[in-house]
Design a protein around this ligand. Structure first.
Ligand code: BES
Ligand code: MN
Ligand code: ZN
Length: 493
């Protein structure tokens, strides 16, 4: 059952849904607009706030039993915002928590009391609600009907703002792109294959009238993509290079290109990974999922921009035909690469995709890749690593990430790192050893990012989470969809 968010003018005390959500900053008080609701609840809200049982701290939740029997709301959920500097961000987070709680409670509908915060926050609340209600249940047998909890089917945002309905629409466009990215990421590698990503791209293109180009192994051979193809030579699956063109900007303006790493499974290849945790390498296509999700959102938002989304997808497998350490390949750009470690495959794929991007004459290219474990060591799961050759583009991407609640942190591209990837036999080698592993990976990519302003996002730590994050369940986060959408939206203004 799809989850639907709408907006409506209504007072908190006259809602007709079982669960009413109220979001409070730290040190909450009973606002005049909640007095009638408090009366309906027999004074429970005012007493709870008065006794400081609920203090409005970030992520704090408290349930109150609701109105008299038979009347709504049957329950009230208080959610804390803390003392936010970023109010839309705090509301997005609180809304996500609220939707998750509603699902746990088995409420089929909730109402979010907006409290006159305005239409901009309605968009953020919508995204939060959609993200909190999201789940991936496609592969689980549902419990028998009599044991099933009601599903959360709808949320209504109570807002007096005339612009609330269009804000909900925008939030839904963004949330649906994020949900698409999460679903693709969560799908196991035997289902979400390079061909499946290509089919998904075709479907997005058909729905939104985008041009789509898909190269398989044969086409990539013609293009002389020796770097991408060496990763794909160990798998019988057809690798896919996917390009989606959304051209709704002024004619003749150069597009912005969004590029994603799409390793549907990364075993490491001949430099095979340890078994422990290897299943998480189905998430090695989160950059690609982010590109497809962002293209969906951008089209739904009808942004007046030119954007090209490009995905490089394959799997990295050991086999008798796989690339071996020590092998040298020639990239699409012409530079030769010595493959030291076959597990540093993402950069090999992206090298050729970045080079391919030149044919769209992009003004800027932003790639996203679950590229290095070293980035997870450097920044944890809190921020993506941000690298770039163009300070203006770097700061635009950082600002976009901040607006989207997807923080990034800039890391350097010092010339010294170039020394670490010098090869004895080829122009460059694909690993630089353990020191500054995220930086040498980015430095490798820089070798192939010619002719355009470029930013690289290392999302290895941020694209999925191996533990529950209160407001995001264990699994894919949707990063970098929000960053991509905000970046492109920033250009549309
Ligand atoms: N996909 C991995 C990076 C990764 C690690 C993503 C952990 C998410 C979580 C990438 O292809 C990889 O294997 N990188 C190697 C590079 C090394 C061989 C230079 C790594 O980080 O260990
Ligand atoms: Mn790898
Ligand atoms: Zn990988």
């Amino acid at each position: 059952m799809p989850f639907l968010v709408t907006a409506r003018r209504s007072a908190a005390d006259s809602v007709d849904v079982p669960l009413l959500v109220l979001a409070f900053r730290k040190h909450p008080t009973l606002a005049p607009e909640l007095v009638a609701l408090d009366a309906k609840l027999g004074g429970a809200l005012g007493q709870t706030l008065g006794r400081r049982e609920f203090r409005g701290g970030r992520d704090e939740v408290l349930h109150l039993s609701g109105a008299a029997a038979g009347a709504n709301p049957q329950r009230v959920l208080l959610v804390g915002l803390g003392e936010p500097s970023d109010v839309p961000g705090a509301l997005r987070r609180a809304a996500s928590i609220a939707a998750r709680q509603a699902r746990k409670l088995g409420a089929n509908a909730l109402a979010w009391h907006d409290g006159g915060r305005g239409a901009d926050t309605v968009e953020a609340v919508t995204v939060g609600l959609l993200m909190g209600a999201w789940e991936y249940a496609d592969l689980k047998t549902p419990p028998p009907a009599d044991e099933r909890r009601p599903e959360l089917e709808s949320a209504v945002i109570l807002s007096d703002d005339a612009a609330a309905a269009s804000a909900v629409e925008r939030g839904t466009a963004i949330g649906d792109g994020m949900a698409l990215a999460r679903r693709l990421a969560m799908m196991p590698g035997n289902l979400c294959t390079p061909s499946y990503l290509a089919d998904t791209a075709r479907e997005i293109a058909a729905r939104h009238g985008m041009q789509v180009t898909i190269l398989g192994r044969a086409e990539m051979e013609k293009e002389k993509m020796g770097s991408f193809l060496c990763v794909a030579q160990g798998t019988p699956q057809d690798p896919k290079l996917i390009a989606l063109e959304y051209m709704h900007g002024p004619a003749g303006t150069k597009p912005i290109a969004l590029v994603g790493k799409g390793l549907c499974f990364d075993s490491g290849g001949i430099s095979i990974k340890p078994a422990q945790g290897m299943e998480a390498m189905k998430f090695d296509m989160c950059g690609a999922a982010g590109v497809l999700g962002a293209m969906e959102s951008i089209a739904r938002l009808a942004l007046p921009v030119n954007v090209v989304g490009i995905v490089g997808s394959t799997t990295n497998m050991p086999s008798g035909t796989a690339v071996n350490p020590g092998d040298v390949v020639r990239s699409h750009l012409g530079k030769t690469i010595e493959v030291i470690n076959t597990d540093a495959e993402g950069r090999l794929v992206l090298a050729d995709v970045l080079s391919y991007a030149r044919r769209f004459s992009p003004s800027a290219v932003v790639d996203a890749a679950t590229l290095t474990g070293a980035c997870v060591i450097a920044l944890g799961h809190t921020a993506s690593g941000v690298f770039g050759t163009d300070d203006r583009l770097v700061s635009d991407v950082l600002a976009a990430g901040t607006r989207a609640g997807e923080p990034g942190w800039r890391l350097p591209l010092y010339d010294e790192y170039k020394e670490l990837i010098k090869s004895d036999v080829a122009d460059v080698k694909n690993t630089g050893g353990r020191p500054a592993g995220a930086c040498t990976a980015a430095m490798f990519l820089k070798e192939f990012a010619e002719d355009f302003a470029w930013v690289h996002l290392d999302i290895a730590g941020t694209a999925y989470s191996e533990s529950d994050l209160t407001y995001i369940p264990k699994g894919p986060t949707g990063v970098p969809v929000g960053t991509f959408v905000e970046l492109v939206r920033g250009r549309a203004r």
